[in-house]
Design a protein around this ligand. Structure first.
Ligand SMILES: C[S@@+](CC[C@H](N)C(=O)[O-])C[C@H]1O[C@@H](n2cnc3c(N)ncnc32)[C@H](O)[C@@H]1O
Length: 407
């Protein structure tokens, strides 16, 4: 059959690929269909024909899946933020589980993996995000619009309510333009994006552009205790799921005999706070987060620590050298994954255990392929944490164990 842009045809949806698009197979070609669910029969219109795949949009749902539900957000389908609001939560989780396995096998060539030990759903399917950033756009009449990018990546949608954000954040959307800073921002020729942030123990805040320096640290609540984070610095966006991330890290690492932990990309020390009997070396590029990490370590009773500001990809080597046997390495990089230098240092100095925490399974899989290097490490445990319900994203924890080789 000849596939051309504009052509309409009926297809059966087989899967949902990582990223959120439904997948149908047409004569050996893959057809990606946003907002489709496995098992559905849909009439689609082809929107792009590439060498290896086709893109199409739904024209009509001929036989809907029993897992299809009404989206909660009025902007769903236009907004680039959520991909799964039309799928019931149980199915969202099982899709993420199978996507993780597929991505690790396809990109990471990890075929011998243990079952995912823990799959942690979010307590809140909606109203979980503690921070959102809204783009600012001035329309031709000089009205300022705060919102998310449209799926077409050109327009900004006027967001008055974001169902995945906490209620306190939604209350703040309504006052965005009315604060003195909001007024000032609206007068700028190029208004700045607005970040709205809620923390466990503080008043919610709004800032425009980057976070003002010199603000007091935010007080987050972690397992009922206070944890400090600088206003503009990274903190996990779903605090309820973040507690599971913290507790699993404790559970998996505290039983290991190695006395040293390198917490690379450590932020304010979140993952190492529960490892109080280990000697912790934290590395993070944000100076303010490092100051907060030192404070947190004292408050949380970490007995021996050294939090260092700098590039983790460069500094891991120095702290691993000659100490691989006694070290557990935690890597929790941003979405782009860890750099080649980190992988080279691991290959050279071989820490006994590695805990890789990732918010992007594709870069995780790529990095694991380099780290495992055809048999240097094997996956000991895995967990999937649904930090981002209603979206195609999720958090993964992979505990790697060094393979002892006969010499
Ligand atoms: C996903 S966050 C994890 C933070 C921390 N582990 C936590 O759970 O709160 C990634 C962190 O890496 C930091 N970062 C990004 N690139 C870095 C680099 N090259 N060297 C050190 N830190 C980096 C970011 O500032 C951010 O704090």
């Amino acid at each position: 059959m000849i596939y051309k842009v504009g052509r309409e045809l009926e297809v059966e949806v087989a899967d949902v690929a990582f990223g959120g698009n439904g997948v149908a197979r047409l004569d050996g070609l893959v057809c990606f269909i946003p907002f489709a669910i496995p098992g559905e029969k849909v009439k689609v219109r082809i929107t792009a024909v590439k060498k290896r795949f086709i893109e199409a949009e739904i024209v009509e749902i001929v036989e809907p899946s029993e897992n299809r539900i009404e989206p909660a957000c009025e902007l769903y389908g236009q907004c680039g933020g959520c991909q799964y609001q039309h799928i019931n939560y149980r199915t969202q989780l099982s899709l993420k589980e199978s996507q993780l396995k597929q991505v690790l096998s396809r990109i990471g060539s990890l075929d011998e993996m243990p079952e995912i030990e823990k799959i942690i759903p979010s307590e809140n399917e909606f109203a979980y995000r503690n921070r959102i950033t809204l783009n600012a756009y001035k329309d031709p009449d000089d009205h300022i619009i705060y919102g998310y990018k449209h799926l077409n990546n050109r327009e900004t949608l006027d967001v008055r309510n974001c169902p995945i954000a906490k209620e306190e954040i939604n209350d703040m959307i309504r006052v965005l333009k009315r604060t003195p800073w909001g007024y000032k921002n609206a007068k700028r020729e190029k208004p700045k994006a607005a970040t709205l942030r809620w923390s466990g123990e503080d008043e919610p805040v709004i800032y425009y552009g980057s976070a003002p320096k010199g603000m007091p640290w935010r007080k987050e609540t972690l397992n009922g205790r206070s944890f400090r984070v600088p206003l503009g610095a990274f903190y996990q966006v779903n605090p309820e799921v973040a507690e599971h991330l913290f507790n699993i890290t404790k559970e998996w690492l505290n039983v290991l005999p190695q006395p040293r932990v390198i917490d690379a990309f450590c932020g304010a020390g979140f993952l190492s706070m529960g490892l109080e009997d280990k000697h912790v070396i934290g590395i993070e590029e944000n100076d303010a987060s490092i100051e907060a990490a030192k404070h947190n370590a004292l408050q949380w009773g970490v007995k021996s620590f050294n939090y260092i500001a700098g590039d983790a990809n460069r500094l891991i080597n120095k702290h691993l050298r000659n100490k691989g046997d006694s070290t557990i390495l935690i890597i929790d990089p941003p979405r782009r994954g860890c750099g080649e230098k980190t992988i080279e240092s691991i290959q050279k100095h071989k820490p006994s255990w590695i805990l890789y925490v990732s918010c992007d399974p594709a870069t995780l899989a790529r990095d694991l392929k380099g780290i495992c290097n055809d048999g240097d490490y094997k996956v000991n445990k895995m967990a999937l944490l649904d930090m981002f319900p209603q979206t195609s994203h999720f958090e993964t924890m992979v505990l790697l164990e060094r393979e002892e080789k006969d010499v």
